[in-house]
Write a protein that binds this ligand. Structure first.
Ligand SMILES: *Cc1c(COP(=O)(O)O)cnc(C)c1O
Length: 416
């Protein structure tokens, strides 16, 4: 089918006008920082106005009192990750939530003290886990095991399952790998791990807002994520965590007064009465302005439906890689082929990836470079049209054919 026909048939096309886009620019980086929607902007402005109008009383007054803002948001994020409302909390960041979840559920013993991650994992997740192991008096060189990758881009299920040994306490993996975009079979991994008495956590950074999730049904023990990627909540937007209700009796490893039962919080008692659900794993005062945009963003997800977003996202990435195979033979497509094995972006490997990304920027395409050799391109279901994907591939083809990327230096930008 032609791009025009696909755009005409696109049931999500009208969401384009909900976003602030730069004229002429093709934004393919929604998996790093989602664009601002008009509703997210309005929701943030409303939060600012509540401070202006109410001062301290904003904690309990106005349309969205700050005291229960995180709880209100969490109930609406829960369906997006396939969890019960009380299993989700909008709080912290991915990294701080990894610390919180490990300090809460990880109970190393002489027999079981290993955490399994993978060779391709995101550095911050590794740093957090290593530092956590050290705090527990464990040596990361022994207590952290990484599933190897055979091709440097993806993981094989059998290699993950082979790591589920008797001395493993926790498996912490990404739902979607941040470079190649591979989507792991969360339910299969969880079921296999549970049979061996191993807890399972997932980092949903590259899947939340792009694919539907069924965390509760899959029996996943815990999960962490951010909202500033596909969820479009803005730079530094507050993240989220999920803890299966079977673990809600656990005291937070890192406690703070916002984890209190809300009816007791202001008793100012030195004995901590934890909240019943995932709210217990909050620590300090919520970052109101970093949460507010999510209200606007969630409206869009509720109106569009995550299933329809996934459907269009798959069609966009399929269309993109088809055009790339035809016009960009120099680029190696390293994202898994099957729909059920990939998230929302396509990754291309090329030795000159850094320079190609700079040339793309100059040509009005916002890509995403991941050292040393990966170009990630994420068409976003809400605002990317099939015509724009085609236009992006044509701009990239010109760069490759004319080798214009050679004018750029190979130096990496601080944030590429
Ligand atoms: C984006 C991302 C992070 C960033 O963590 P923050 O704590 O939000 O800064 C961590 N892990 C993965 C897999 C990511 O994609």
């Amino acid at each position: 089918m032609k791009a025009e026909q696909m755009d005409t048939a696109d049931v999500l096309a009208h969401f384009k006008e909900e976003f602030h886009e730069t004229a002429g620019e093709l934004y393919m980086d929604g998996n790093s920082l989602g664009l601002m929607s008009k509703r997210a902007e309005a929701a943030l402005e409303a939060a600012l106005a509540s401070w202006k109008i109410y001062g301290i009383d904003g904690w309990t007054e106005g349309e969205r009192p700050w005291f229960t803002l995180a709880e209100e948001l969490s109930a609406r994020v829960a369906p997006i990750v396939g969890a019960k409302a009380h299993e989700v909390m909008v709080t912290g960041s991915i990294t701080s939530n990894i610390h919180q979840m490990l300090s809460t559920v990880f109970a190393p013993t002489a027999e079981r003290s290993v955490i399994v991650m993978d060779e391709l994992n995101f550095p911050s997740d590794i740093y957090a886990t290593e530092s956590h192991l050290r705090l527990r008096g464990l040596n990361p060189a022994e207590a952290l095991r990484k599933v190897p990758s055979r091709d440097g881009h993806t993981l094989m299920l059998e290699d993950i399952l082979a790591q589920l040994q008797g001395d493993v306490a926790v498996v912490l993996l990404p739902s979607v790998l941040y470079r190649s975009g591979q989507l792991l079979p969360m339910r299969e991994i969880t079921e296999a791990a549970h049979k061996k008495g191993i807890l399972v956590g997932f980092d949903l950074a590259h899947s939340i807002g792009a694919i539907p999730h069924t965390l509760h049904e899959d029996g996943v023990d815990f999960a962490v994520w951010c909202h500033y990627k596909y969820m479009n909540s803005g730079p530094g937007g507050t993240g989220g965590l999920y803890l299966h209700e079977r673990h809600h009796t656990l005291l937070p490893g890192n406690a703070g007064w916002f984890g209190s039962d809300k009816t007791k919080q202001f008793d100012m008692d030195h004995s901590f009465t934890k909240a019943e659900g995932a709210g217990a794993y909050q620590i300090g005062t919520p970052h109101i302005f970093s949460m507010a945009p999510l209200f606007g963003s969630l409206e869009l997800f509720e109106e569009a439906g995550i299933e329809r977003i996934r459907e269009k996202s798959l069609a966009l990435t399929k269309f993109m890689r088809g055009l790339a195979a035809e016009h960009l033979p120099e680029l190696q497509d390293v994202t898994p082929v099957k729909d059920e094995d990939r998230g929302g972006h396509i990754a291309f490997a090329h030795p000159e990836a850094a320079r190609i990304c700079k040339a793309l920027k100059q040509a009005g395409v916002v890509p995403d470079f991941r050292a040393p050799d990966i170009i990630r391109l994420a068409p976003v279901a809400f605002h990317t049209s099939f015509k724009e994907v085609e236009e992006m591939v044509m701009r990239l083809k010109r760069i490759m054919d004319e080798e214009t990327y050679k004018q750029f230096s190979n130096e990496r930008n601080v944030v590429a």
